[in-house]
Design a protein around this ligand. Sequence first.
Ligand code: GDP
Ligand code: MG
Length: 172
Amino acid sequence: MRITLKVLMLGDFAVGKTSLVQRYVEHHFSSSYLRTIGVDIYTKEVIRNEGKDQYLFQIWDLSGDEEFRFFRHDLYRGALGGILAADLTRKETMRSLPKWIDECEKHAISNFRIVFAGNKLDLLNNDMTHPNIKFFMDITESWDYDKFLVSAKTGFGVDKLFLTLFEHVINI
Ligand code: GDP
Ligand code: MG
């Protein structure tokens, strides 16, 4: 039996949600891409337990034309978790993380799993002492969610980011 696990890409405009999911999905052979109105749904097959357990990891990404944001709340139906991304070069995208968590609390299931992604690490020259990294760590500290510094451009940390979310939602 194949189990479908639906997750969402969340975060402000242009933080790299689409780039992250494309980086993840396009690096694997069993990927497909389905364009629908206002939302792109990416799927990736994940096999566990020597083939006995098959999962369809279904990643919903609000499409670029965010004129469709009015129906964003509907996307939460059936979703088990999400990547909540910010752009490490733009503090305002980090400051809006609490707003996104509020939205999850209002519209998602009660044990919705979130993993934070601080994206575009390459633009900080991968400098872990950069003040924006401390800013990201501080702002995400209030929540007990995993967090990753990543780059959709170089691929750094991206597989780990999605696999962590997968491991969280597989157990719901
Ligand atoms: P979305 O609106 O959140 O889906 O953001 P996009 O994935 O469309 O990315 C917005 C812009 O940021 C695009 O120009 C991307 O090429 C760029 N971008 C996304 N991720 C990265 C990254 O890790 N590093 C760099 N340098 N640019 C990125
Ligand atoms: Mg996008």
